[in-house]
Design a protein around this ligand. Structure first.
Ligand SMILES: C[S@@+](CC[C@H](N)C(=O)[O-])C[C@H]1O[C@@H](n2cnc3c(N)ncnc32)[C@H](O)[C@@H]1O
Length: 265
């Protein structure tokens, strides 16, 4: 039997409930987006993809917004990043004893936890997640512990735009999703150069940027969630303007988020 909420969501609640601000006002997910646009909690709710709330209308409203284009795109991005990370780690572990991974703006660290938890080689991965939000640091740490990732997974409070010099030449893999969407071109290229210095020779960065959003005005007007939208070609140009010599796409062009892999030679 089809899920009742899915069935109701397909009946386009806009049509019979009224204008979108009224529907959005019923959605606990939307309320969280308005409280912390760009924060880790809306992303966690998007990944969970579970309507919450006490009433049918709240759940229906959540289902409607969780089905939106950018939410679907964020879930695709998570899958792509998880797959990429697992492959990168396995490939490196076939050649070296251990792998060190850094996430800048790690949020709930879903991608790396999903990539590593339960793997036979999990204890050969050293991970550091850095986030500017203490709630995100606490939340990700608890999630890693719950997934059985103990001592080798660490989380630190910090500004990803200013990684300490002591971290230079220390990491095999760096990832950053949900941070570059807010950076101007010049800041983005400067950060790419800083990450280049954090990687060991042969190390790889995975970063993502948002490309488009059919509901951009709604995001900006209703949630005050402002991102910088760039076409994939521009994102590749920025990556090529940095110190990285080898740059290439990981995701498709129509996924709303564009993932790019950059290798330090
Ligand atoms: C949209 S969330 C993305 C989280 C995670 N990377 C993901 O893809 O699910 C953005 C995260 O970036 C963090 N953040 C924003 N600016 C930051 C900065 N300058 N340094 C470190 N973290 C930052 C926020 O606290 C938040 O957890």
């Amino acid at each position: 039997m089809p899920d009742l909420l899915d069935l109701l969501a397909r009946t386009k609640p806009y049509d019979f409930i009224g204008s979108w601000p009224r529907l959005a006002a019923r959605s606990p997910f939307m309320a969280q987006c308005r409280r912390t646009p760009g924060g880790f909690l809306p992303l966690e709710m998007i990944y969970d993809n579970q309507p919450i709330g006490d009433t049918l209308i709240q759940r229906l409203a959540d289902r409607y917004y969780l089905n939106g284009a950018l939410c679907r795109g964020a879930r695709v991005r998570l899958q792509q990043a998880t797959h990429w990370l697992r492959q990168q780690i396995e490939d490196r572990l076939s050649r070296q004893e251990s792998v060190s991974v850094l996430s800048l703006a790690s949020g709930g660290a879903r991608d790396v936890i999903a990539a590593v938890a339960g793997a036979s080689w999990a204890d050969r991965v050293q991970y550091l997640g850095v986030d500017i939000d203490p709630e995100a640091v606490k939340y990700a740490h608890e999630r890693a512990l719950a997934a059985g990732l103990n001592g080798q997974f660490r989380f630190e409070l910090g500004n990803a735009l200013r990684p300490p010099r002591a971290w230079e030449n220390r990491f095999d893999i760096v990832t950053s999703l949900g941070l570059f969407d807010y950076l101007r071109d010049s800041t983005a290229v400067r950060l790419l150069d800083r990450i280049h210095a954090l990687l060991r020779p042969g190390g790889t960065l995975l970063f993502g940027m948002v490309t488009s959003n059919p509901n951009q005005r709604f995001f900006e007007d209703y949630m005050n969630w402002k991102m910088i939208y760039r076409p994939p070609e521009r994102i590749l140009e920025l990556a090529r303007a940095s110190k990285f010599a080898r740059v290439g796409p990981v995701s498709g062009r129509d996924d709303y988020f564009f993932l790019v892999e950059c290798q330090r030679l």
